[in-house]
Design a protein around this ligand. Structure first.
Ligand code: AMP
Ligand code: GLY
Length: 425
């Protein structure tokens, strides 16, 4: 089959890398792709927001399946438009993508189907939000309801801070229309893990568990980022917790969508807080996680192309996946200044040496300038190590990292460290 992957990050490089290992895949395209996807796929300069152009590219090149990486195209209905043009798509329809593009839709669905989650109220009026916040226990969580590039969640330790955040969102329109409505939510304490499943709307096939590190600096400090590293599996989700997450969070969500006549084909990713009262859903994403995917896919033994095609065409029933028992650790290398402003165009060296040291490299913000590889984004690449146990996997990842260089390069030095040291991190 011929496949087109949409996106340009480390996640999409990992997807292309894994798809290329499938004997079933003939032509592989990535739009727009990055410096790394070009090794496995033909990078195509397609404007993904122009759905008609994507559809005609697919027709012309006999693309059998489109795999959508990021949430933004899903949130504006690329799947609906491509399906109408007769193209199979891995990634949910507009109505289903609201699980991520509208936190209100997600929380209300959780409420209707009894999915354990933080107590919440929705506001579009600042004065009402203010009154409710003043009555809430601390810390209290204030969230913009729409997509805000991971910045729309404020955990406030004082009522004043929460009120100020609500004011900025509702009156100051800090996040534009994504903050037109807000959610004020109970703070859940515990540790976070990620569960990703692939579904065709009926069958649910879980992927290996994982955990990401969202904060910029060591010890989970500093600003939130898109993710500075991840590892798989996570000891936070043992057999019992896994069963509970599947039966109380994932399955009711998929059955609930089906009950509301909402078809779901793609990845459902639930951010889970492991609380004293058991696992609770924090949020849903409607796509693969980044950088979780870079940690998960190197452990997958099964054929990814077959899995994604079967999900897109409603034929997942009976699928089982095989996994490498080894652990994986993914360390993200970032540009100086990320997650704020950063420079681009810095030459990257040492990739071959890192690969010789057994690391797997997934590019994100990279591009070729002639035959020179240079940085072109904030999260520049992911370096993945595998090993028997987290200690070995961590060492392997950092051995790879030590070979790579670009001006201003920085990374967290404690990805997976808690688990490697035997702490239930
Ligand atoms: P979300 O986009 O809703 O997952 O929020 C982003 C991050 O904020 C999550 O990964 C959590 O670390 C944190 N967070 C969100 N909601 C809560 C909550 N109710 N209690 C504690 N932390 C939260
Ligand atoms: N790793 C967080 C995300 O993909 O949203």
């Amino acid at each position: 089959m011929n496949i087109l992957v949409l996106g340009a990050g480390g996640r999409e490089h990992a997807i292309c890398w894994k798809l290329r290992q499938s004997e079933k895949v003939k032509e592989l395209y990535c739009a727009p792709g990055n410096g790394g996807t070009g090794f496995h796929a033909t990078n195509v300069n397609l404007d993904v927001s122009k759905h008609k152009k994507v559809a005609s590219f697919c027709k012309k090149n006999r693309v059998d399946l489109v795999v959508v990486g990021p949430e933004a195209p899903l949130a504006v209905g690329i799947t609906d438009d491509l399906r109408k043009a007769g193209i199979a798509v891995f990634g949910p329809l507009y109505a289903a993508a609201r699980l991520e593009s509208s936190k209100i839709f997600a929380k209300e669905l959780m409420g209707r189907y009894g999915v354990p989650t933080a107590r919440f109220r929705v506001f579009d009026d600042f004065e009402r939000a203010r009154t409710y916040i003043l009555d809430s226990d601390l810390p209290v969580v204030v969230k913009a309801y729409g997509l805000a590039a991971g910045k729309g969640v404020i955990i406030a330790n004082t009522h004043e801070e929460a009120i100020e955040s609500a004011r900025k969102m509702l009156i100051g329109r800090e996040f534009g229309s994504a903050g037109r409505r807000i959610i004020v939510e109970e703070f859940l304490s515990g540790r976070e893990a990620s569960i990703l499943v692939v579904t065709d709307g009926d069958a649910v096939i879980p992927l290996a568990t994982s955990q990401d590190h969202k904060r910029a600096y060591d010890g989970d400090t500093g600003p939130n980022t898109g993710g500075m590293g991840a590892f798989s599996p996570t000891p936070l989700i043992g057999k019992k917790a896994f069963k509970e997450i599947m039966s109380r969070i994932i399955e009711p969500t998929i059955r609930g969508l089906k009950n509301e006549k909402i078809d779901y084909q793609g990845v459902l990713y639930a951010g889970i807080m492991m609380t004293e009262d058991g696992p609770k859903a924090l949020e849903y994403n409607v796509r693969f996680g980044d950088p979780e995917t870079q940690a998960i896919l190197p452990r997958m033994r099964s054929d990814l192309a077959e899995l994604l095609m079967n999900a897109a065409t409603g034929q997942l029933a009976g699928t089982t996946l095989e996994w490498d028992e080894r652990e994986s650790v993914c360390v993200v290398l970032a540009a100086e200044g990320y997650p704020g402003e950063y420079d681009k165009g810095k030459e990257i060296t040492g990739i071959i040496e890192a690969m010789d040291a057994q690391a797997i490299i997934f590019h994100a913000g990279t591009k070729y300038d002639g035959d020179k590889l240079v940085t072109s984004g904030g999260r520049v690449m992911s370096v993945v190590g595998m090993g028997d146990g987290m200690k070995q996997a961590t060492e392997s990842a950092y051995r790879g990292v030590s070979k790579i260089h670009f001006d201003g390069m920085w990374y967290r030095s404690d990805i997976g460290a808690g688990v490697a040291a035997g702490i239930n991190s």
